[in-house]
Design a protein around this ligand. Structure first.
Ligand code: SF4
Length: 208
């Protein structure tokens, strides 16, 4: 059954920390994979976060004049129906879609129709669970060496994670709160958390 409501933990329009060019990052709430060492265990439970209409996410992205969406989490493919609708609407408005998943592409491809439709709306899939014992040291955006960049369309074919830099987006709100997005290794993550008092909000695994 198709739904136009997503359960999300956070949305950040206009960031350069979650993939190439300016992006809207959507953190899906809920993850059934639960990798050991995941930096975002607060996103595991599906009842956290809040409901957001797909059309409102796309409108926000268009207002932010971003190049595309980055779908992270949590696990985007734990909400395949609304995820497919989001990807399709984004595509219809000319936005690119990058999605991170702890599932491998082959497993997703063999799942239900919603999942296949979701895949069809994605330009670049970064797949595979976070493996704490296989730390990635060279490529941007991923936390472990097993994770793959799978180009479903040619839109991001020129993106080279082996030469791209990881970026961190740090925003201080008027109320003094600090919001962090992007990818940090464990040491830098800890240093940032201590410096800002933000706790473990930044990303280490594949789908945060
Ligand atoms: S790393 Fe990603 S797939 Fe693994 S538990 Fe964390 S959110 Fe889920």
């Amino acid at each position: 059954m198709t739904t136009d409501v997503l359960r999300v933990a956070r949305i950040l329009h206009g960031t350069t920390a979650e993939g190439p060019r300016l992006r809207s990052a959507i953190w899906f709430q809920g993850c059934s994979i639960r990798c050991t060492g995941c930096i975002n265990p607060h996103l595991f439970i599906p009842s956290g976060g809040c409901d957001v209409r797909v059309s409102d996410i796309v409108l926000g992205a268009l207002a932010g004049e971003v190049e595309g969406l980055t779908l992270i989490g949590g696990e985007p493919f734990d909400q395949p129906s609304a995820g497919a609708k989001l990807a399709r609407e984004a595509q219809e408005h000319g936005l690119g879609v990058i999605a991170f998943s702890g599932y491998e592409y082959e497993a997703l491809r063999d799942r239900d129709a919603d999942t296949r439709e979701f895949l069809a709306g994605i330009d670049l899939l970064v797949d595979g669970p976070y493996q704490a014992w296989n730390q990635e040291k060279d490529r941007a955006l991923v936390g472990s060496t097993n994770q793959r960049f799978i180009h479903i369309s040619d839109r991001y074919r020129s993106y080279r994670p082996e030469i791209a830099a990881n970026r961190v987006d740090i925003r201080v709100r008027p109320d003094g709160s600090v919001e962090v997005a992007g990818f940090l290794n464990t040491e830098n993550l800890q240093n940032l958390a201590e410096a800002t008092g933000t706790g473990r909000k930044a990303r280490r695994g594949p789908a945060m």
